[in-house]
Design a protein around this ligand. Structure first.
Ligand SMILES: [Mg+2]
Length: 249
């Protein structure tokens, strides 16, 4: 892996779409959630004014922008309200994409997750913080890993759990993945792999980055890329990336 500063004008010239992971890339890592009985409290992080300007500038230069996250659509719309005209939103780990008010569902997970959901709801652990509201995948926030959750999911060979340090995402293997999401978005906009740059910071971004012509890692301890930007520092990884591309284009 090379530092992002090594990217060439020729490489930047090929890019037609930039795919952004959200947490740890466009906003700081960490989701605040609290669940007491049927009341869920969830903090909304909003994109910073500087990133809004950068995304608008990229869009004006002709780049397509795709935001790909494990979060739900309702939440992404709130986070990115100000830039909705300029982006497509791929949500719940590649399950569907919103673009200009139209939802393209990439996979139907209903029958796969129907039976496991009540089993997971029954798990009792002081380390479980709450279930994040989702439509197509299951996300359980925990203080630390809860082996009982992993055990239940492992009984179904169709399902995966991904632990990201603050929550489990549970979905259908090789179907509800950001990698499939990015492939569907490439189809939607008729793009080739070589025309896509993707940036992500976590384990669930590995395959998505592999699907892109120019993968950029925002945390080289968790995910590999052709280039990397540091996770920590004054600027968010997306800020560094957009600054670099805007300066070269
Ligand atoms: Mg992330």
């Amino acid at each position: 892996m090379q530092p992002l500063d090594k990217i060439t004008k020729k490489e930047v010239g090929k890019i037609k779409m930039i795919v952004f992971d959200v947490d740890g890339v466009l906003v700081k890592r960490g989701t605040k959630i609290k669940q007491v009985g049927n009341t869920t409290t969830l903090e909304t992080k909003v994109i910073a004014p500087k990133q809004i300007e950068q995304i608008k500038a990229l869009s004006e230069k002709g780049f397509l922008i795709n935001i790909s996250s494990g979060r739900g659509l309702y939440m992404l719309q709130e986070m990115f309200r100000e830039i909705l005209p300029f982006v497509s939103l791929t949500y719940e780990s590649g399950s569907a994409t919103w673009y200009r008010g139209k939802v393209h569902q990439h996979f139907n997970s209903y029958l796969y997750l129907e039976k496991i959901f009540p089993k997971l709801k029954k798990v009792k652990s002081k380390n479980i913080k709450g279930f994040e509201p989702k439509e197509f995948i299951i996300t359980i926030h925990c203080v630390k890993k809860v082996p009982e959750i992993e055990k239940i999911v492992a009984q179904d060979k169709n399902l995966y759990t991904v632990w990201n340090g603050e929550a489990y995402d549970i979905g259908v293997k090789s179907k509800q993945t950001k990698s499939l999401g990015v492939q569907q978005v490439m189809k939607l906009f008729k793009l080739k792999k070589s025309e896509v740059l993707a940036i992500g910071d976590n384990y669930n971004d590995t395959e998505m980055l592999r699907m892109s012509g120019i993968p950029v890692s925002a945390d080289k301890t968790r995910v590999k890329g052709k280039f990397y930007v540091p996770l920590r520092g004054k600027l968010l990884p997306a800020d560094k990336l957009m600054g670099k591309i805007l300066e070269m284009k």
